[in-house]
Write a protein that binds this ligand. Sequence first.
Ligand SMILES: NC(=O)C1=CN([C@@H]2O[C@H](COP(=O)(O)OP(=O)(O)OC[C@H]3O[C@@H](n4cnc5c(N)ncnc54)[C@H](OP(=O)(O)O)[C@@H]3O)[C@@H](O)[C@H]2O)C=CC1
Ligand SMILES: O=C(CO)COP(=O)(O)O
Length: 327
Amino acid sequence: MSNYRITVLGGGAWGTALALTMARAGNSVRLWARDEAMVAAIGKGENPRYLPGIRLDPALEATTDLDAALEGVDCVLVVTPAQVLRAVLGEVRTKIPAHVPLVLCAKGIESTTGTLLSQIAGEILPQNPVAALSGPSFAADVARGLPTAVVVAAQDEARAAALALRFSTDSFRCYSTGDLVGVEIGGALKNVFAIAAGAVTGAGLGASAQAAMVTRGFVELRRIGAAFGAEPETLMGLSGLGDLLLSSASAQSRNFGYGLALGRGEPLGGRPLAEGVATAGIAARIARERGVEAPIITAVAGILAGAITIQEAVSALMSRPLRHEAE
Ligand SMILES: NC(=O)C1=CN([C@@H]2O[C@H](COP(=O)(O)OP(=O)(O)OC[C@H]3O[C@@H](n4cnc5c(N)ncnc54)[C@H](OP(=O)(O)O)[C@@H]3O)[C@@H](O)[C@H]2O)C=CC1
Ligand SMILES: O=C(CO)COP(=O)(O)O
């Protein structure tokens, strides 16, 4: 084990899987979660609420004590939901030294302001370097040690590459990029398209409609990404197309599952976290304000707001003016 000390904030599915992975990569890891019972359970080798049935390394150190978790830390992974990032960073603001990089692992956009997660981090901890980790990676797969590839992004590309090296294992391959905004936009918007794909499937519209929806969703992702200055290669990469493909085609995805339930007319209460629900409305507003055409995102936002039905949304999408595919 190296003495590079990583603290993971958040004991949900992804925080637990990443803490395990960081330890497998040879780092010295502490996991902070707010719930005593959860921390005790992790100490006994399982996270029964979020990763039931998956055996965790009992050596994984978990605590509810934030000061103890952050003492002497070299790098912090923030793995709580996007909509609580501001609150969580507010709690840790005075506890993390200025040189310590923050690696943002949530996928979303602040729903009340449209602020990207890296911008929130820049507002609250302006001295700390910010990175993001994203890509196709179901927590349960990663916790089991199944192989995948993700990307670590930071404006300072050398920093992204150094972090990627520290995070990689034989089964968790971390690429790196300097296109932080591109990685963030892909991770946030793929959740909205996954809801759309799930809704189409749940409504029984067929595999062809699902593929068409995902492909046209990708066109919207490229348009919005361009408006933010994202590099096209990033959107074509693991955090964009890669994660869109994963999340739009698997019932393992919470966002796809949410859309599936919507399409089937099933109750939506009590479902696990689906970040796309909070992101759809603000993404539609951002697209409108920036003059970007985003009919699928707008349709998902309208369905979630109860303003239109899935059938009405599909009819509206199918009757839009015909045009060249690349437009
Ligand atoms: N699950 C996955 O496969 C993947 C998830 N992600 C992303 O990671 C992020 C987290 O997802 P995931 O781990 O799955 O979510 P979960 O719902 O599994 O866990 C969320 C965790 O955040 C904690 N939490 C919520 N609010 C607060 C708060 N205000 N302060 C402190 N802790 C809080 C919860 O604590 P408590 O239990 O006490 O409520 C819980 O431990 C999301 O943005 C998701 O998109 C990315 C890749 C894969
Ligand atoms: O981001 C993920 C996989 O890369 C997890 O997707 P869901 O949040 O839709 O489950």
